[in-house]
Design a protein. Structure first.
Lengths: 264, 206
């Protein structure tokens, strides 16, 4: 049988795509005939000509290995008590009414019990607000001014009870340790460091970085021409004296975060 | 005398543990193990066990959710209802029947798919029974509240709140009629403590 270069490439790309579908889209790993694909890769291996083809071959073999891993996971899951056939579940979902489905949830539900509380400071602030609030009739006459949200200082967060001093120090030390490890004696791209699985986590990491820099745990280097920002951890926290300091506003939008996640 | 002092000390620690667990101090409810260790000392698990017995008298329990890291410091502790609410009771917490049904479908579907499913697929399943606007609104809400998690590739996972609040085995069992919903409901309405499931014992602090 004559196998052209195009056929070889298509086969390898198909295997890579299949492996991705198993990992990302939840395709049943047992739908893939791994043995058959390995056999076909073995046949074409001596005919691979250039490094591109060899790289594709490596990716295809890794993809098949990944499918075998998922087959193992699948067997483990199916042998656990939690496994039920998805088709059976779908059939039940379709056949039950909303009320019955709600009953299923509530009968297996043990809601968390917690209480929100107000601090003495919060009570005082509310009282001041109420005392200083103009009478309703006068309020319509007042001009309103739009106030943009401002950065919240750590002291303010601590005062509100959102973050204690100990927790804050632990968080800063942990972020510093991680930065040192990732920078490996050098520097690391700001975006690479703050980039996280969720947008909220990314913002939280950016917030911690602002303190790492302000408190002298790391330095920040903005390269406007390359449009890059680098972070360099310091071996020990330093008070930067006799150094001209400046603020670096960095805007992080959800769309920017999504773009960077996709590209990187 | 020393014994009396020990009892008084334990009482104080149990009270402190109750305050830590019941009053929300962070954005999320519950307390991490390292915070309990810091405030209650190394034997914090003993204190939590005593608290669990005390809370049991009120129909509540302390539940541990593993943090996914090797050390136990990242484990999180919550106070939850020991039994479960009836549908009519849950409506008084601000939950509509549709909301509960949607969460029930999403969780069952994700659990049957080995703990993760693409959002689009979940929405397609839900839209067979519920209007699109309701589906989108509820899924967003469940992600915000922690019942579900979504990664940047649009895949849904079981969230921290589901791990804390929902007995996942019981949910699937009830859906397939392996456990009788009506019986469970009658039990929970009759006695708030009767809903305890044997499976839960592993997760509860007992």
């Amino acid at each position: 049988m004559v196998v052209t270069g195009q056929d070889r490439k298509e086969l390898m790309l198909r295997i890579i795509n299949l492996a991705e579908s198993v990992t990302k889209s939840g395709v049943d790993p047992f739908d893939v005939d791994v043995k058959e694909f390995f056999e076909r890769l073995r046949v074409i291996l001596p005919k691979l000509r250039d490094s591109d083809e060899l790289n594709l071959d490596i990716d295809a073999v890794l993809g098949l290995a990944n499918i075998i891993f998922h087959q193992g996971e699948s067997i483990r899951f199916k042998s656990s008590l939690l496994y039920l056939d998805p088709l059976l579940i779908m059939w039940k979902i379709r056949s039950l009414s909303s009320k019955e489905l709600a009953g299923v949830l509530t009968s297996s539900w043990h809601p968390i019990v917690d209480m929100e509380s107000i601090t003495p400071h919060g009570i005082k602030e509310s009282m001041d607000y109420w005392t200083n609030l103009p009478r309703f009739g006068d309020r319509a006459m007042l001009d309103s001014t739009e106030v943009l949200p401002e950065e919240m200082e750590f002291q303010e967060l601590a005062r509100l009870g959102i973050l204690s001093k100990e927790e804050f120090i632990v968080a800063i030390e942990r972020a510093w340790g991680e930065l040192k490890e990732k920078a490996d004696g050098g520097e690391i791209s700001y975006w690479d460091f703050i980039n996280a699985k969720t947008f909220e986590e990314t913002i939280s990491r950016a917030w911690l970085v602002s303190f790492l820099v302000s408190y002298g745990y790391a330095t920040i280097d903005v390269k406007p021409l390359e449009e890059e920002i680098f972070l360099k951890p310091l071996p020990k926290p330093m008070k930067l004296e006799r150094v001209t300091t400046f603020s670096v506003p960095i805007s992080i939008s959800r769309s920017e975060w999504q773009r960077r996640r996709k590209s990187g | 005398m020393a014994e009396e002092k020990d009892v008084a000390d334990l009482r104080e620690k149990v009270a402190r543990a109750a305050q830590l667990l019941l009053f929300r101090r962070h954005m999320q409810p519950g307390v991490k193990a390292w915070e309990l260790k810091r405030d209650l000392g190394r034997n914090y698990l003993e204190v939590i066990k005593v608290l669990d017995v005390e809370l049991g008298k009120l129909g509540l329990t302390v539940k541990k959710v593993e943090g996914g890291e090797e050390d136990s410091d990242s484990d999180r502790y919550f106070v939850t209802m020991r039994g479960h609410p009836a549908v009519s009771e849950a409506r008084t917490f601000g939950w509509r029947i549709d909301d509960m049904a949607i969460l029930s479908v999403v969780l069952s579907y994700i659990l049957s798919k080995r703990g993760k499913a693409p959002l689009k697929e979940v929405e397609r399943v839900l839209e067979e029974k519920f209007p699109r606007w309701k589906v989108e609104q509820d899924v967003d809400r469940f992600i915000r509240r922690g019942y579900l998690e979504e990664d940047d590739e649009g895949v849904l996972y079981i969230g921290w709140r589901t791990r804390a609040e929902v007995d996942q085995k019981a949910l699937l069992g009830l859906l397939l009629g392996r456990e009788k919903v009506a019986e469970e409901k009658a039990k929970s309405e009759g006695s708030p403590e009767a809903g305890g499931n044997e499976n839960e014992a592993e997760e509860n602090v007992q």
